[in-house]
Write a protein that binds this ligand. Sequence first.
Ligand code: DGP
Length: 115
Amino acid sequence: MSDCIFCRIVEGSIPASKVYEDEELLAFRDIHPQAPLHLLIIPKKHIATLFDAEPEDAALLGRMLALAPRLAREHGSADGFRSIINTGRVGGQEVYHLHLHVLGGEQGLPAMLKY
Ligand code: DGP
C-alpha cells in the first residue's frame, strides 16, 4: 500500500534502521524509542491490524513472535523484554500496518513507559 509508511519502509522508499530481514518479515528500530532497545517486527505483507489477520496468517504471526526473543538477545536484552501489539483505536495503534513492539535493554525498562 503506497500510503502505508511501513509498506514504504519494506519497499525501501523510506529509510529505517533495519536489524533483520527475510522473505516475510522485517525488523527495524522504532523512530521514537520508549526504551533503550525498541524494535518493531512487521510482516512485509500489508495487514492493517490484528483484527485483519486471517487464519492463514497464523504461521506468519507465530514467526513474528518467535523472532522477538532472538532479536532481544542479539541486541543486548538477554534478561528479558516486553512485547506489545497495539490494535485499533482503543489499543492506541498509530500506524495501521501490524507491528510487534519489542522493548528492552540491559538496564531494564524505564519506570515510566508509554506502554
Ligand atoms: P503504534 O502506536 O503501536 O502504532 O506504534 C507505532 C510506532 O511506529 C511508534 O512507536 C513510532 C513508530 N514509527 C512511526 N513512524 C515511523 C517511521 O517512519 N520509522 C520508524 N522506524 N518508526 C516509526
